[in-house]
Design a protein around this ligand. Sequence first.
Ligand SMILES: C[S@@+](CC[C@H](N)C(=O)[O-])C[C@H]1O[C@@H](n2cnc3c(N)ncnc32)[C@H](O)[C@@H]1O
Length: 316
Amino acid sequence: MTPVHVPVLAGELIDLTAPTKGETAVDCTFGAGGHARLVADRLGSTGTLVCIDRDPAAESRFDELAAEVACETRFLRMDYAEGLAVLAEEGLAADIVYLDLGISSMQVDARERGFSYSYDAPLDMRMDPSQELDARAVLNGWDERQLAQIFRRYGEDPNARRIAREIVRRRGRAPLETTGELVEAIEAALPAAVRRRFGGGHPAKRVFQAVRIAVNGELDSLDRALPLAWDLLGPGGRLAAISFHSLEDRRVKRFLVERARGCVCPPDFPVCVCGHEPEAEPVFRRSVVPTPGEVAANPRSKSARLRAARKLREEH
Ligand SMILES: C[S@@+](CC[C@H](N)C(=O)[O-])C[C@H]1O[C@@H](n2cnc3c(N)ncnc32)[C@H](O)[C@@H]1O
């Protein structure tokens, strides 16, 4: 397989999830299959790897991988939260479930899909091209308040309101059609003095992230998927997630911290009366970030954070 996406924190993911011969693993975000290949090699001919992705381009990559690895493989082309629900319905017991969130280089580099502010393309940004909602519909259809809200929440953009106002002003003349027009609107909303004050790379970066998250309902999928992934695991099972911005990482961290908590009595109780026991132990106490060497070799890894936990017991 020709590499079109360099897997991020790959060695670290393998160390923390420790795939072993004969185990069953679920890759929720197959992408170009970089992590999946490493995991499959460790599962051996008696193992099983279930891969999920909602992008048809990932499915073509999966067909290549399936022909080359020894373990049993299977692909579900759907949202990973739906995929995990399907696997639960089927009664699958997994040893490992992992997610590598966001988009792949394969998607960013496919210019016509509109994920990148560096290329002029139609406003699309759908991971699943059969989905109805696309970036054009969001940017031309949502009202100014909704746009400002997603730019602020999902892009953490300090200029959210200015940018939303400029987009609405421009689309009053003619709908926004291309990523180039979106970049122009963002640049027009941010005079040089404002840009200098807030700094932080390309002025369109945060808005593009925000629109992509909104189009693909990314945070909602993650919120639905984490408990489903956890429930697929038996005792000793490992859950790992690689996130690329604080909105994702906060969710993963909160989920794992809650599972690792023992006593849940109110803090002013002198003794524990709840008898609550932790369900998880962290495989590594903090998050794992890429080495400077990895960031130099693959700048897209810069903001990555990996968290993982091991299941101690079944939930009752
Ligand atoms: C960062 S890439 C994964 C790269 C992969 N680990 C590799 O080594 O090639 C993320 C992938 O997850 C997919 N994805 C993101 N959110 C998804 C969701 N909610 N359901 C299904 N697939 C999703 C994207 O389509 C993309 O292919």
